[in-house]
Design a protein around this ligand. Structure first.
Ligand SMILES: [Zn+2]
Length: 308
């Protein structure tokens, strides 16, 4: 069935009439309007604020470092009550532009409706000093933190406090959503850890520091990076050095994220006889990853597949 904008309008009018008739406030019916910079935070918002209207600015097939501040994104940000982003400068190339062009005072500051996940936890690999020769490094530490289940739980708790701040009428609901999520998440962590036991001590070559938290948590070691420097695609001389490294014979696999180019990885795989694992960078990064739980399931299953 195709619904045109006129029909939608009349539907909206009916809902409003109904809401008024029931004596409920518009706020409680509509819920918050949430803009997530990345799909993992849209997924977390869905767990913690199931009645909210949630929009993800990017998909798991997009590089979250490089996003065009398109008019459609500006329009979405203009409507937002809350913007949830990884932070630690991951979105520094596009979020400030969206904020400026959308001119939405609600999401301008973290005192109000702007929330950075990285500000709620200690990031890995923070740098004391940075210069341009180092490439596009993450000086404030690695922002790809959603693959650390414990840090993500801390983010969930902080995000719930933010939801309550912005929408205090629904405090009880947000708190019970957090309890439900925490219980399921904390029950899942030991299962994941038990499953991934066989991966302890495994060495991988990976693209960027995308899965640093996952490796750190599960005891894998990224011994080399397909990027010669952060933000720089693999060059032939760099790939040649990786091939030399691979010849030592102790590497489990080459790991890339769903949005990253397979070219360098394939070149190396052909010559080193190593498997290439394409891990979902986020929810939606493959067919299996439909929420945060299945995202973790899938990433761990893919890593284990290289063990067989
Ligand atoms: Zn990065």
């Amino acid at each position: 069935m195709r619904i045109n904008s006129k029909q939608l309008l009349s539907k909206g009018a009916k809902a409003l009439t109904l809401a008024l008739a029931l004596g409920v406030t518009n706020n409680a019916v509509a819920g918050l309007n949430i803009f997530a910079c990345e799909p993992e935070y849209a997924a977390l918002a869905k767990e913690l604020a199931p009645d909210a209207k949630i929009y993800s600015a990017t998909t798991a097939m997009q590089d979250p470092h490089q996003v065009q501040a398109r008019p459609s994104l500006i329009a979405k940000m203009r409507q937002a009550d809350l913007a949830i982003c990884a932070g630690a400068d991951l979105e520094v190339g596009w979020l400030p532009m969206l904020q400026m062009k959308s001119a939405n005072a609600k999401v301008r500051s973290t005192d109000q409706g702007l929330f950075f996940a990285a500000e709620q936890i200690d990031t890995l690999d923070q740098l004391e000093s940075v210069d341009r020769s180092m490439g596009d490094v993450h000086a404030k530490g690695n922002p790809h933190l959603h693959f650390d289940p414990n840090r993500l739980l801390d983010v969930a708790t902080a995000l719930t406090a933010k939801l309550v701040q912005l929408d205090p009428d629904n405090k009880a609901q947000y708190q019970s959503s957090l309890v439900s999520f925490s219980e399921r998440w904390q029950a899942a962590i030991p299962h994941w850890e038990a499953k991934a036991q066989a991966l302890q001590g495994s060495k991988v070559i990976a693209y960027h520091s995308s899965f640093k938290y996952l490796f750190n948590w599960l005891g894998l070691e990224q011994v080399a990076d397909l990027e010669p420097k952060p933000g720089i695609p693999p060059s032939s001389s760099h790939l040649a050095s990786l091939l030399n490294r691979a010849k030592q014979g102790d590497i489990l696999a080459i790991v890339i994220a769903s949005y990253q180019s397979e070219r360098g990885a394939d070149w190396l795989a052909e010559r080193s006889d190593l498997p290439v694992l394409v891990l979902p960078m986020s929810v939606g990064g493959n067919d299996q990853s439909v929420d945060l739980f299945t995202l973790y399931d899938s990433a761990i299953a893919l890593l284990l597949s290289a063990k067989q």
